[in-house]
Design a protein around this ligand. Structure first.
Ligand code: NAP
Length: 549
């Protein structure tokens, strides 16, 4: 079972695709079970999101003390975060530290893209092919490809004819970019745009920000880590990690567990004012019904709209920056450092492309509303083909050669966001149908990895080699995910959660919004009932897939 590194075919117990936070921890746990593992990573280093997204001021908007692994008490005591919200370089350093500390690199093959994964029913193995021409056979194929890893540049007419330099925030050059004296177009005002624009304007001669949809953003108010804060976490990590696991979002965010409608206007304002002053996306924890009750949501949205009006000096610019046509939080809420203030600078121009979209990109710049904005560089902060994009980039074929792309044509279908019927022994870490992007990703990653490790351990102990969701269980889960989403305001916004940023992508709310704690319990109960909703078997040979039960 030891991988033959020199040959172009090898066999292992498990292939893990991706060496981000999920792939690293998954390989560590599988090794602990005694499995042989290959991790295949497209990049030249570990870290996933934090390897690719190196744009100016890329940083996590989940607090560092919470956005970190909990699996090793020693690790969480030893590691020191320097800021409340860690920046990309520090998180990347952490990922590298984890890889070294747990000796994970020896199983990782870098600079290699998995092109296809085909299930061979004759011997219940996945045949995994890489872009470097290697074939790997493995019992388990675990997709740790991330939810926001398939960076996307829209098909603007003339895009490839631009004579200047172009960048995507999710594929930023490792050596950084010097925009000094340059005229720069930034297209997109999601979390990435909102973080990088205030930094780019400090260097560039002129920045044109092309905004299609204004965003709600809360000041992050990042600051250096205080010894008191760090110590309060380190002294109480067991209890706080448990709180994270049981919470709605995977964060200890002091949810004010009452409806915004149950308190007086004065109390509402003071709650919002306090959260705004503290900073960060925990603003959305001001009340417990901000994403389920439109009236409550309106009060929070209006509070933010007023703050934008106060910060931005030119009322016309403020009006264009103010979101009005979707509920706050239903497109991913942003956290910023002086984003709105940036529009008070002389070298920044906001171009509203809602009514007059970008017509084309020409050799010298960007054309919108009949005007050409001549620039030296274009930054595409245009996001990702989220949740399904990275999975479907790989040609995945299950039983009978069924293609995952075809199966998911009308939207992703999974059981628990972990597996999909017809694709035995294929697992997805934080897949569509799980809390994933609606949660602290590290908390959700650890939960999935731990669950999968237990599941594989359970199989090995019983000499079961095949696991696959039952279609009916999957159908019921998909319905449950949809029903849960439809009880919220989320589906009302044209967000990437809904696939709305990708022309032609089915409009389906992809993550599960039941909450991290509840979901965890659901997964645990399913495991406790002998993996209810899954069929487990010794093999699927002889055409019959014999269930254990
Ligand atoms: P995003 O939220 O999808 O934003 C993409 C931006 O590009 C939007 O403003 C979008 O406008 C615009 N856009 C897309 N296609 C366009 C087109 N054809 N013409 C004009 N504008 C277009 O992507 P992102 O900012 O990279 O963020 C993605 C997610 O990554 C975030 O929501 C968050 O979950 C995560 N992230 C987190 C952090 C953090 O922790 N601080 C930082 C960065 C990213 P529309 O809104 O109109 O579609």
């Amino acid at each position: 079972m030891t991988p033959g590194r020199e040959s172009h075919s090898s066999a292992v117990d498990a292939v893990v695709v991706g060496a981000g936070s999920a792939g690293l921890y998954m390989s560590h746990r599988l090794r602990g079970l005694g499995l042989s593992v290959r991790v295949i990573e497209a990049g030249s280093g570990v870290g996933g999101t934090w390897y690719w997204n190196r744009y100016p001021d890329a940083r996590c908007d989940t607090e560092s003390m919470q956005y970190s692994y909990s699996f090793s008490p020693d690790l969480q005591q030893d590691w020191h975060w320097t800021e409340k919200f860690a920046g990309q370089p520090e998180i990347l350093k952490y990922a590298n530290y984890v890889a070294d500390r747990f000796d994970l690199r020896r199983d990782i093959t870098f600079n290699t893209f998995v092109t296809s994964a085909v299930y061979d029913e004759d011997d219940d193995q996945w045949a995994i092919r890489t872009g470097t021409g290697e074939d790997i056979r493995a019992r388990f194929c675990i997709m740790a490809t991330g939810c926001l890893s398939n960076a996307r540049v829209p098909d603007f007419i003339g895009r490839d004819g631009f004579k200047g330099t172009t960048y995507h925030t999710g594929h930023w050059p490792h050596e950084g970019v010097d925009f000094s004296g340059k005229r720069v177009a930034v297209i997109g005002t999601g979390s990435s745009g909102i973080q990088c624009i205030p930094e780019i304007v400090k260097q560039a001669a002129q920045v044109y920000v092309f905004q299609r949809t204004p965003n709600y953003s809360i000041p992050a108010r990042n600051h250096p880590m205080t010894p008191e804060h760090e110590q309060s976490w380190k002294s109480n990590y067991d209890e706080r990690r448990e709180m994270q696991r049981r919470s709605r979002t995977g964060n200890v965010n002091n949810l004010n567990d009452v409806s915004a409608m149950s308190v007086s206007e004065e109390d509402r304002q003071s709650q919002y004012t306090a959260r705004w002053a503290t900073g960060g996306t925990t603003f959305m924890a001001s009340f417990n019904d901000l994403v389920t009750n439109k009236a409550s949501n309106d009060t929070a949205a209006e509070f933010v709209r007023q703050r934008i009006g106060e910060i931005v000096r030119d009322p016309a610019v403020a009006a264009r920056l103010t979101p009005r046509d979707y509920p706050i939080g239903t497109k991913r809420i942003c956290a910023d450092t002086h984003y709105f203030e940036t529009f008070n600078r002389d070298n920044v121009t906001l171009i509203d492309i809602r009514e007059d979209p970008i017509q084309e990109i020409v050799t010298s710049g960007v054309v919108a509303a009949g005007k050409t904005y001549e620039v030296d560089s274009i930054v595409f902060a245009t996001g990702f083909d989220a949740m399904t994009g990275a999975l479907l980039k790989v040609d995945i074929r299950g039983r009978g050669g069924e293609s995952l792309r075809v199966k998911w044509e009308a939207g992703p279908r999974t059981y628990l966001g972990l597996a999909t019927a017809g694709f035995p022994n294929l697992f997805i870490i934080t897949g569509p149908g799980s809390p994933s992007v609606l949660s602290n990703m590290i908390v959700s990653i650890e939960q999935h990895v731990d669950w999968l490790t237990d599941c594989i351990g359970h199989m090995r102990a019983r000499q079961l080699h095949v696991i696959e969701p039952v279609r009916e269980a999957e159908d019921a889960w998909v319905e449950h995910v949809n029903k849960t989403a439809n009880r919220t305001l989320y589906p009302s916004a044209a967000s990437w959660y809904m696939g709305a940023n990708i022309p032609g992508k089915p409009r389906v709310f992809m993550p599960y919004i039941g909450g991290v704690g509840r979901y965890r319990q659901e997964c645990a109960e399913i495991a406790a009932k002998g993996y209810e909703g899954f069929r487990l078997a010794a093999s699927s040979r002889a055409g019959a897939f014999q269930s254990e039960d």
